[in-house]
Design a protein around this ligand. Structure first.
Ligand SMILES: [Cu+2]
Length: 484
Protein backbone atom coordinates (compact mmCIF):
# COMPACT_ATOMS: atom_id res chain seq x y z
CA UNK A 1 0.00 0.00 0.00
CA UNK A 2 3.07 2.23 -0.10
CA UNK A 3 1.73 4.95 -2.35
CA UNK A 4 3.96 6.78 -4.70
CA UNK A 5 4.12 10.51 -4.27
CA UNK A 6 3.18 12.67 -7.19
CA UNK A 7 6.39 13.72 -8.86
CA UNK A 8 7.16 17.28 -9.72
CA UNK A 9 7.06 16.36 -13.38
CA UNK A 10 3.56 14.90 -13.04
CA UNK A 11 2.36 17.92 -11.15
CA UNK A 12 3.74 20.20 -13.84
CA UNK A 13 2.09 18.01 -16.48
CA UNK A 14 -1.26 18.24 -14.75
CA UNK A 15 -0.75 21.94 -14.28
CA UNK A 16 -0.15 22.46 -17.98
CA UNK A 17 -3.36 20.60 -18.78
CA UNK A 18 -5.11 22.69 -16.18
CA UNK A 19 -3.89 25.91 -17.75
CA UNK A 20 -5.09 24.88 -21.19
CA UNK A 21 -8.23 23.05 -20.16
CA UNK A 22 -9.65 25.40 -17.60
CA UNK A 23 -8.88 29.07 -17.69
CA UNK A 24 -10.95 29.43 -14.55
CA UNK A 25 -8.60 27.50 -12.27
CA UNK A 26 -6.63 29.96 -10.21
CA UNK A 27 -4.24 30.03 -7.35
CA UNK A 28 -5.53 30.49 -3.85
CA UNK A 29 -4.67 33.90 -2.55
CA UNK A 30 -3.44 32.56 0.79
CA UNK A 31 -1.69 29.55 -0.78
CA UNK A 32 -1.71 28.03 2.67
CA UNK A 33 -4.18 25.21 3.09
CA UNK A 34 -2.92 21.70 2.68
CA UNK A 35 -5.27 21.25 -0.24
CA UNK A 36 -2.90 22.96 -2.58
CA UNK A 37 -2.38 26.25 -4.21
CA UNK A 38 -4.24 25.76 -7.46
CA UNK A 39 -6.62 23.20 -6.04
CA UNK A 40 -9.43 25.52 -5.14
CA UNK A 41 -11.78 26.63 -7.83
CA UNK A 42 -12.44 30.35 -7.76
CA UNK A 43 -14.06 32.61 -10.30
CA UNK A 44 -11.30 34.91 -11.60
CA UNK A 45 -12.93 38.16 -10.58
CA UNK A 46 -13.57 37.08 -7.01
CA UNK A 47 -10.06 35.70 -6.77
CA UNK A 48 -8.45 38.96 -7.86
CA UNK A 49 -10.50 40.93 -5.38
CA UNK A 50 -9.51 38.54 -2.61
CA UNK A 51 -5.87 38.70 -3.57
CA UNK A 52 -5.92 42.47 -3.49
CA UNK A 53 -7.85 42.95 -0.27
CA UNK A 54 -7.08 39.82 1.75
CA UNK A 55 -9.82 37.30 2.45
CA UNK A 56 -13.17 38.91 1.68
CA UNK A 57 -16.13 38.26 3.92
CA UNK A 58 -18.62 37.36 1.21
CA UNK A 59 -16.70 35.09 -1.08
CA UNK A 60 -18.26 33.84 -4.28
CA UNK A 61 -16.57 30.46 -4.00
CA UNK A 62 -19.22 29.45 -1.46
CA UNK A 63 -21.47 28.66 -4.41
CA UNK A 64 -18.70 27.09 -6.44
CA UNK A 65 -19.02 29.46 -9.37
CA UNK A 66 -20.36 28.58 -12.83
CA UNK A 67 -21.32 24.95 -13.44
CA UNK A 68 -19.97 24.72 -17.00
CA UNK A 69 -16.31 24.65 -16.04
CA UNK A 70 -14.20 22.61 -18.48
CA UNK A 71 -13.15 19.27 -17.02
CA UNK A 72 -9.55 18.23 -16.48
CA UNK A 73 -8.27 14.74 -17.33
CA UNK A 74 -9.17 11.96 -14.86
CA UNK A 75 -6.76 11.50 -11.96
CA UNK A 76 -5.53 7.97 -11.41
CA UNK A 77 -4.76 6.09 -8.17
CA UNK A 78 -1.07 5.79 -7.22
CA UNK A 79 -0.24 8.07 -10.15
CA UNK A 80 -2.13 11.23 -9.19
CA UNK A 81 -3.27 10.40 -5.69
CA UNK A 82 -2.64 7.95 -2.94
CA UNK A 83 -5.87 6.00 -2.36
CA UNK A 84 -7.65 6.27 0.97
CA UNK A 85 -7.81 3.25 3.24
CA UNK A 86 -11.37 2.10 3.95
CA UNK A 87 -11.15 -0.25 6.96
CA UNK A 88 -13.62 -3.14 6.56
CA UNK A 89 -14.55 -1.75 3.14
CA UNK A 90 -13.30 -0.64 -0.25
CA UNK A 91 -13.42 2.12 -2.82
CA UNK A 92 -15.87 1.73 -5.70
CA UNK A 93 -14.05 0.71 -8.90
CA UNK A 94 -14.23 2.97 -11.97
CA UNK A 95 -13.28 3.05 -15.62
CA UNK A 96 -12.39 5.95 -17.87
CA UNK A 97 -14.57 6.39 -20.96
CA UNK A 98 -13.68 9.25 -23.32
CA UNK A 99 -12.02 11.23 -20.56
CA UNK A 100 -14.87 10.76 -18.08
CA UNK A 101 -14.55 8.72 -14.90
CA UNK A 102 -17.45 6.25 -14.86
CA UNK A 103 -18.77 4.54 -11.71
CA UNK A 104 -21.60 2.06 -11.23
CA UNK A 105 -23.31 2.25 -7.86
CA UNK A 106 -25.80 -0.53 -7.10
CA UNK A 107 -28.35 -0.15 -4.30
CA UNK A 108 -29.38 -3.57 -3.07
CA UNK A 109 -30.28 -5.71 -0.11
CA UNK A 110 -27.23 -7.03 1.73
CA UNK A 111 -27.09 -9.73 4.38
CA UNK A 112 -24.61 -7.89 6.58
CA UNK A 113 -22.48 -9.07 9.51
CA UNK A 114 -22.02 -6.27 12.06
CA UNK A 115 -19.87 -8.58 14.14
CA UNK A 116 -19.52 -12.32 14.60
CA UNK A 117 -22.93 -13.43 15.83
CA UNK A 118 -24.96 -10.49 14.57
CA UNK A 119 -26.28 -10.33 11.04
CA UNK A 120 -29.17 -8.36 9.61
CA UNK A 121 -30.80 -7.83 6.27
CA UNK A 122 -29.74 -4.28 5.41
CA UNK A 123 -29.61 -2.14 2.31
CA UNK A 124 -26.24 -1.13 0.95
CA UNK A 125 -24.23 -0.21 -2.09
CA UNK A 126 -22.34 -2.80 -4.13
CA UNK A 127 -22.57 -5.59 -1.60
CA UNK A 128 -21.38 -3.58 1.39
CA UNK A 129 -23.11 -1.61 4.11
CA UNK A 130 -21.76 1.89 4.94
CA UNK A 131 -18.36 0.87 3.63
CA UNK A 132 -18.33 1.46 -0.13
CA UNK A 133 -16.47 4.74 -0.65
CA UNK A 134 -16.20 6.79 -3.83
CA UNK A 135 -12.86 8.39 -4.59
CA UNK A 136 -12.16 10.98 -7.28
CA UNK A 137 -9.94 13.94 -8.14
CA UNK A 138 -10.82 17.62 -8.27
CA UNK A 139 -11.43 18.97 -11.75
CA UNK A 140 -12.37 15.69 -13.40
CA UNK A 141 -15.74 14.84 -14.83
CA UNK A 142 -17.55 11.95 -13.17
CA UNK A 143 -20.52 9.90 -14.34
CA UNK A 144 -22.19 7.73 -11.76
CA UNK A 145 -24.80 5.19 -12.86
CA UNK A 146 -27.08 4.20 -10.01
CA UNK A 147 -28.95 0.92 -10.41
CA UNK A 148 -31.84 0.33 -8.04
CA UNK A 149 -32.19 -3.33 -7.05
CA UNK A 150 -34.31 -2.46 -4.01
CA UNK A 151 -38.03 -3.23 -3.86
CA UNK A 152 -38.75 0.52 -3.42
CA UNK A 153 -37.82 3.75 -5.23
CA UNK A 154 -34.63 5.55 -4.18
CA UNK A 155 -32.32 8.43 -5.15
CA UNK A 156 -28.74 9.43 -4.31
CA UNK A 157 -27.75 12.80 -2.91
CA UNK A 158 -24.12 13.94 -3.19
CA UNK A 159 -23.60 15.59 0.17
CA UNK A 160 -21.47 18.75 0.16
CA UNK A 161 -20.96 19.01 -3.59
CA UNK A 162 -21.12 21.93 -5.97
CA UNK A 163 -23.17 20.52 -8.84
CA UNK A 164 -26.00 21.34 -11.22
CA UNK A 165 -29.24 21.42 -9.25
CA UNK A 166 -30.70 18.53 -11.24
CA UNK A 167 -27.84 16.27 -10.10
CA UNK A 168 -28.46 16.94 -6.41
CA UNK A 169 -30.46 13.75 -5.94
CA UNK A 170 -33.45 14.84 -3.87
CA UNK A 171 -36.18 12.44 -4.97
CA UNK A 172 -39.22 14.30 -6.26
CA UNK A 173 -37.57 17.75 -5.91
CA UNK A 174 -34.62 17.71 -8.28
CA UNK A 175 -35.34 14.45 -10.13
CA UNK A 176 -37.91 11.70 -10.48
CA UNK A 177 -37.41 8.70 -8.19
CA UNK A 178 -35.14 5.91 -9.31
CA UNK A 179 -37.77 3.18 -9.46
CA UNK A 180 -37.02 -0.50 -8.76
CA UNK A 181 -35.07 -1.97 -11.65
CA UNK A 182 -34.15 1.43 -13.12
CA UNK A 183 -30.66 2.84 -13.69
CA UNK A 184 -30.19 6.60 -13.50
CA UNK A 185 -27.18 8.62 -14.60
CA UNK A 186 -25.61 11.38 -12.51
CA UNK A 187 -22.87 13.45 -14.14
CA UNK A 188 -20.99 16.59 -13.20
CA UNK A 189 -17.52 18.12 -13.05
CA UNK A 190 -15.86 18.20 -9.63
CA UNK A 191 -15.01 21.79 -8.73
CA UNK A 192 -13.74 21.19 -5.21
CA UNK A 193 -11.77 18.74 -3.12
CA UNK A 194 -12.34 17.37 0.35
CA UNK A 195 -14.24 14.74 2.31
CA UNK A 196 -17.88 14.43 1.35
CA UNK A 197 -20.60 11.80 1.57
CA UNK A 198 -23.45 10.30 -0.44
CA UNK A 199 -26.75 8.89 0.69
CA UNK A 200 -30.29 8.08 -0.30
CA UNK A 201 -32.48 11.18 -0.34
CA UNK A 202 -35.78 9.35 -0.65
CA UNK A 203 -37.57 8.09 2.48
CA UNK A 204 -34.35 8.93 4.30
CA UNK A 205 -35.34 7.61 7.70
CA UNK A 206 -35.88 4.16 6.26
CA UNK A 207 -33.24 4.08 3.56
CA UNK A 208 -30.34 5.71 5.39
CA UNK A 209 -31.33 3.72 8.48
CA UNK A 210 -31.13 0.54 6.39
CA UNK A 211 -27.59 1.46 5.32
CA UNK A 212 -27.68 3.51 2.10
CA UNK A 213 -24.80 5.85 2.99
CA UNK A 214 -21.15 6.20 1.98
CA UNK A 215 -18.06 8.41 2.03
CA UNK A 216 -16.98 10.39 -1.05
CA UNK A 217 -13.36 11.57 -1.04
CA UNK A 218 -12.12 14.07 -3.64
CA UNK A 219 -8.37 14.57 -3.77
CA UNK A 220 -6.95 17.98 -4.70
CA UNK A 221 -5.82 18.43 -8.28
CA UNK A 222 -2.49 19.95 -7.34
CA UNK A 223 -1.83 18.90 -3.77
CA UNK A 224 0.55 20.97 -1.68
CA UNK A 225 3.41 18.91 -0.17
CA UNK A 226 1.66 18.84 3.21
CA UNK A 227 -1.35 17.05 1.71
CA UNK A 228 0.70 13.87 1.39
CA UNK A 229 0.23 11.49 4.30
CA UNK A 230 1.35 7.93 4.87
CA UNK A 231 -2.05 6.72 6.04
CA UNK A 232 -5.32 8.26 4.89
CA UNK A 233 -8.30 6.55 6.54
CA UNK A 234 -11.98 6.97 5.70
CA UNK A 235 -14.47 6.15 8.48
CA UNK A 236 -18.25 6.39 8.23
CA UNK A 237 -20.17 6.39 11.50
CA UNK A 238 -23.74 5.17 11.85
CA UNK A 239 -26.19 3.75 14.36
CA UNK A 240 -28.77 0.98 14.25
CA UNK A 241 -31.64 -0.45 16.25
CA UNK A 242 -31.57 -4.21 16.05
CA UNK A 243 -33.63 -5.96 18.68
CA UNK A 244 -32.21 -9.25 19.90
CA UNK A 245 -33.37 -12.05 17.68
CA UNK A 246 -34.71 -9.85 14.85
CA UNK A 247 -33.39 -9.98 11.30
CA UNK A 248 -33.79 -6.36 10.17
CA UNK A 249 -32.79 -3.00 11.62
CA UNK A 250 -35.75 -1.09 13.04
CA UNK A 251 -35.59 2.28 11.31
CA UNK A 252 -38.55 3.72 13.24
CA UNK A 253 -36.75 4.24 16.54
CA UNK A 254 -35.50 7.73 17.30
CA UNK A 255 -33.27 7.22 20.33
CA UNK A 256 -32.87 3.57 21.20
CA UNK A 257 -29.96 2.69 18.98
CA UNK A 258 -28.14 -0.39 20.21
CA UNK A 259 -25.60 -1.12 17.48
CA UNK A 260 -23.11 1.64 16.67
CA UNK A 261 -20.77 1.17 13.77
CA UNK A 262 -17.69 2.40 11.97
CA UNK A 263 -17.88 1.44 8.29
CA UNK A 264 -20.73 -0.90 9.20
CA UNK A 265 -18.87 -2.81 11.92
CA UNK A 266 -19.14 -2.76 15.70
CA UNK A 267 -16.07 -3.30 17.87
CA UNK A 268 -14.43 -5.81 18.11
CA UNK A 269 -15.08 -6.29 14.38
CA UNK A 270 -13.79 -2.82 13.47
CA UNK A 271 -10.48 -3.28 11.67
CA UNK A 272 -7.56 -1.56 13.45
CA UNK A 273 -5.97 1.52 11.89
CA UNK A 274 -2.47 0.19 11.28
CA UNK A 275 0.38 2.74 11.17
CA UNK A 276 4.14 2.74 11.25
CA UNK A 277 5.88 4.85 13.88
CA UNK A 278 6.37 8.32 12.47
CA UNK A 279 3.64 8.04 9.83
CA UNK A 280 1.67 11.12 8.99
CA UNK A 281 -1.93 10.07 9.52
CA UNK A 282 -5.19 11.53 8.27
CA UNK A 283 -8.56 10.24 9.45
CA UNK A 284 -11.67 11.38 7.58
CA UNK A 285 -14.77 10.99 9.71
CA UNK A 286 -18.33 11.17 8.44
CA UNK A 287 -21.60 10.77 10.33
CA UNK A 288 -24.81 9.84 8.58
CA UNK A 289 -26.50 8.16 11.52
CA UNK A 290 -30.10 9.03 12.32
CA UNK A 291 -29.86 11.18 15.42
CA UNK A 292 -26.63 11.11 17.35
CA UNK A 293 -23.54 13.27 17.22
CA UNK A 294 -20.30 11.58 18.11
CA UNK A 295 -17.34 13.13 19.95
CA UNK A 296 -14.55 10.98 18.51
CA UNK A 297 -11.61 10.80 20.88
CA UNK A 298 -8.05 9.57 20.46
CA UNK A 299 -5.71 8.34 23.19
CA UNK A 300 -2.01 9.15 23.43
CA UNK A 301 -2.05 11.88 20.79
CA UNK A 302 -3.54 15.16 19.93
CA UNK A 303 -4.59 15.97 16.40
CA UNK A 304 -5.46 19.02 14.37
CA UNK A 305 -8.86 19.43 12.72
CA UNK A 306 -7.80 20.26 9.18
CA UNK A 307 -10.99 20.20 7.12
CA UNK A 308 -14.78 19.98 7.18
CA UNK A 309 -17.12 19.00 4.38
CA UNK A 310 -17.20 22.73 3.68
CA UNK A 311 -13.54 23.27 2.91
CA UNK A 312 -9.98 22.92 4.18
CA UNK A 313 -9.43 24.87 7.37
CA UNK A 314 -6.59 27.37 6.88
CA UNK A 315 -3.53 26.53 8.99
CA UNK A 316 -4.01 29.70 11.02
CA UNK A 317 -7.52 28.57 12.01
CA UNK A 318 -6.77 24.93 12.88
CA UNK A 319 -6.64 24.01 16.54
CA UNK A 320 -5.29 21.07 18.50
CA UNK A 321 -7.81 18.62 19.92
CA UNK A 322 -8.11 15.17 21.40
CA UNK A 323 -11.84 14.95 20.69
CA UNK A 324 -13.70 16.14 17.63
CA UNK A 325 -17.49 16.30 17.47
CA UNK A 326 -18.84 14.78 14.28
CA UNK A 327 -22.47 15.81 14.07
CA UNK A 328 -25.07 14.14 11.90
CA UNK A 329 -24.49 15.30 8.34
CA UNK A 330 -20.91 16.46 8.94
CA UNK A 331 -17.47 15.32 7.98
CA UNK A 332 -14.39 16.21 10.00
CA UNK A 333 -10.83 15.54 8.93
CA UNK A 334 -8.11 15.15 11.54
CA UNK A 335 -4.34 14.77 11.15
CA UNK A 336 -1.49 13.80 13.43
CA UNK A 337 1.93 12.17 13.38
CA UNK A 338 1.81 8.65 14.80
CA UNK A 339 5.12 8.93 16.64
CA UNK A 340 4.21 6.92 19.74
CA UNK A 341 4.07 3.14 19.25
CA UNK A 342 1.28 1.21 20.96
CA UNK A 343 -2.35 0.19 20.76
CA UNK A 344 -4.18 3.48 21.09
CA UNK A 345 -7.93 3.60 21.57
CA UNK A 346 -9.92 5.74 19.15
CA UNK A 347 -13.59 5.91 20.02
CA UNK A 348 -16.75 7.88 20.55
CA UNK A 349 -16.75 9.44 24.00
CA UNK A 350 -20.48 8.95 24.57
CA UNK A 351 -20.35 5.98 26.92
CA UNK A 352 -23.51 4.43 25.49
CA UNK A 353 -21.95 4.50 22.06
CA UNK A 354 -19.15 2.12 23.00
CA UNK A 355 -21.67 -0.55 23.95
CA UNK A 356 -23.28 -3.19 21.81
CA UNK A 357 -26.76 -4.53 21.56
CA UNK A 358 -27.36 -6.21 24.93
CA UNK A 359 -28.02 -4.30 28.05
CA UNK A 360 -29.85 -1.09 27.23
CA UNK A 361 -33.13 -2.13 28.87
CA UNK A 362 -32.09 -2.68 32.46
CA UNK A 363 -32.48 -0.64 35.67
CA UNK A 364 -29.33 0.43 37.52
CA UNK A 365 -28.55 -2.57 39.69
CA UNK A 366 -25.07 -1.51 40.80
CA UNK A 367 -24.53 -2.54 44.41
CA UNK A 368 -27.80 -4.50 44.71
CA UNK A 369 -27.36 -7.71 46.69
CA UNK A 370 -29.15 -10.40 44.76
CA UNK A 371 -28.97 -13.02 47.51
CA UNK A 372 -30.58 -16.23 46.28
CA UNK A 373 -32.90 -14.46 43.83
CA UNK A 374 -31.43 -16.04 40.72
CA UNK A 375 -31.68 -19.56 42.14
CA UNK A 376 -35.25 -18.98 43.34
CA UNK A 377 -36.37 -17.70 39.95
CA UNK A 378 -34.69 -20.29 37.77
CA UNK A 379 -37.38 -22.97 38.18
CA UNK A 380 -39.78 -20.42 36.65
CA UNK A 381 -37.31 -18.69 34.27
CA UNK A 382 -34.58 -21.22 33.47
CA UNK A 383 -32.14 -18.69 31.96
CA UNK A 384 -32.74 -15.99 34.57
CA UNK A 385 -29.74 -13.99 35.73
CA UNK A 386 -29.93 -10.68 37.54
CA UNK A 387 -27.95 -8.26 35.44
CA UNK A 388 -25.98 -5.21 36.31
CA UNK A 389 -25.43 -5.62 40.06
CA UNK A 390 -21.69 -5.43 39.48
CA UNK A 391 -21.99 -2.81 36.78
CA UNK A 392 -22.14 -3.67 33.15
CA UNK A 393 -18.86 -5.53 32.86
CA UNK A 394 -20.60 -8.22 30.90
CA UNK A 395 -17.76 -9.56 28.84
CA UNK A 396 -18.07 -12.94 30.48
CA UNK A 397 -21.83 -13.11 30.43
CA UNK A 398 -21.76 -15.46 27.47
CA UNK A 399 -19.84 -17.95 29.60
CA UNK A 400 -22.62 -17.95 32.20
CA UNK A 401 -25.72 -17.91 30.04
CA UNK A 402 -26.28 -18.12 26.32
CA UNK A 403 -27.24 -14.99 24.42
CA UNK A 404 -30.52 -14.86 22.56
CA UNK A 405 -30.20 -15.71 18.88
CA UNK A 406 -28.58 -13.11 16.63
CA UNK A 407 -27.08 -10.89 19.31
CA UNK A 408 -23.64 -9.75 20.21
CA UNK A 409 -22.15 -9.16 23.59
CA UNK A 410 -22.99 -5.73 24.97
CA UNK A 411 -19.30 -5.09 24.97
CA UNK A 412 -16.25 -7.20 25.45
CA UNK A 413 -13.46 -8.39 23.25
CA UNK A 414 -10.57 -10.68 24.01
CA UNK A 415 -7.53 -8.60 24.95
CA UNK A 416 -3.80 -9.15 25.40
CA UNK A 417 -3.94 -9.55 29.20
CA UNK A 418 -6.59 -12.26 29.44
CA UNK A 419 -9.17 -9.73 30.60
CA UNK A 420 -11.94 -8.60 28.30
CA UNK A 421 -11.75 -5.16 26.74
CA UNK A 422 -15.06 -3.77 27.97
CA UNK A 423 -15.79 -1.75 24.85
CA UNK A 424 -18.03 -2.17 21.85
CA UNK A 425 -19.67 -0.11 19.16
CA UNK A 426 -17.85 3.05 18.06
CA UNK A 427 -14.44 1.85 19.13
CA UNK A 428 -11.35 0.95 17.18
CA UNK A 429 -7.61 0.78 17.80
CA UNK A 430 -4.85 2.80 16.17
CA UNK A 431 -2.01 0.28 16.10
CA UNK A 432 1.32 2.05 15.74
CA UNK A 433 4.41 -0.13 15.28
CA UNK A 434 8.13 0.46 14.72
CA UNK A 435 8.24 -2.56 12.42
CA UNK A 436 5.45 -3.62 10.11
CA UNK A 437 5.24 -6.47 7.63
CA UNK A 438 2.29 -4.93 5.89
CA UNK A 439 -0.27 -2.22 6.50
CA UNK A 440 -2.92 -4.72 5.48
CA UNK A 441 -2.21 -7.16 8.28
CA UNK A 442 -3.30 -6.79 11.87
CA UNK A 443 0.06 -6.71 13.69
CA UNK A 444 -1.48 -8.28 16.82
CA UNK A 445 -1.24 -6.79 20.29
CA UNK A 446 1.45 -4.29 21.17
CA UNK A 447 4.48 -5.71 22.96
CA UNK A 448 5.16 -3.19 25.70
CA UNK A 449 8.77 -2.46 26.65
CA UNK A 450 9.55 -3.89 30.12
CA UNK A 451 8.35 -1.67 32.96
CA UNK A 452 5.89 0.33 30.85
CA UNK A 453 2.62 -1.42 31.74
CA UNK A 454 0.42 -0.50 34.70
CA UNK A 455 0.56 -3.65 36.85
CA UNK A 456 -0.27 -4.55 40.46
CA UNK A 457 1.99 -2.60 42.83
CA UNK A 458 4.34 -4.73 44.92
CA UNK A 459 4.50 -4.52 48.71
CA UNK A 460 8.04 -3.18 48.38
CA UNK A 461 6.85 -0.37 46.13
CA UNK A 462 4.01 0.51 48.48
CA UNK A 463 6.38 0.58 51.43
CA UNK A 464 8.95 2.63 49.55
CA UNK A 465 6.43 5.31 48.67
CA UNK A 466 4.55 5.26 51.97
CA UNK A 467 1.24 4.13 50.50
CA UNK A 468 -1.17 2.79 53.13
CA UNK A 469 -3.81 0.77 51.31
CA UNK A 470 -5.99 0.91 54.47
CA UNK A 471 -5.85 4.70 54.67
CA UNK A 472 -9.11 6.17 55.96
CA UNK A 473 -10.88 8.35 53.42
CA UNK A 474 -13.69 10.83 53.99
CA UNK A 475 -16.15 8.12 52.98
CA UNK A 476 -14.75 5.66 55.52
CA UNK A 477 -14.71 8.20 58.38
CA UNK A 478 -18.23 9.44 57.73
CA UNK A 479 -16.97 12.97 57.06
CA UNK A 480 -19.08 13.19 53.94
CA UNK A 481 -22.16 13.13 56.15
CA UNK A 482 -20.88 16.07 58.16
CA UNK A 483 -20.23 14.33 61.52
CA UNK A 484 -16.59 13.92 62.16
CU1 LIG B 1 -21.18 8.52 19.77
Amino acid sequence: MAGKKISRREILGLGAVAAVGGALWHERADGKTHGGRAGQYQPAAARQKTAAAGRVYWEKSYSGGPVDVKPLPPGLPEKHYKPVVVPNGAALPFKVVDGVKVFHLIAEEVDWAFDAGLRAKCWGYNGRVNSTAIEAVEGERIRIYVTNRLPVPTSVHWHGFYLPNGMDGVGGLTQPYIRPGETVKYEWTLRQHGTFMFHSHHDEMTQMGMGLIGMFVVHPRKPAPEYHVDRDFSLMISEWAIKAGTARPNTLVMNDFNVLTINGKAFPSTAPLVCKTGDKVRIRLGNLGATDHHPMHIHGYHFRVTATDGEDIPLSAQWPETTVLVAVGQTRTIEFIADAPGDWAFHCHMTHHVMNQMGHDFPNMVGIKTGGLDEQLRPLLPAYMTMGHTGMDMGRMAEVMPYPKNTISMKGAAGPFGDYISMGGLFTVVKVRDQLKSYDEDPGWYKHPPGTVALKASDAELRRDGIDVNERTAAASGAERGHR
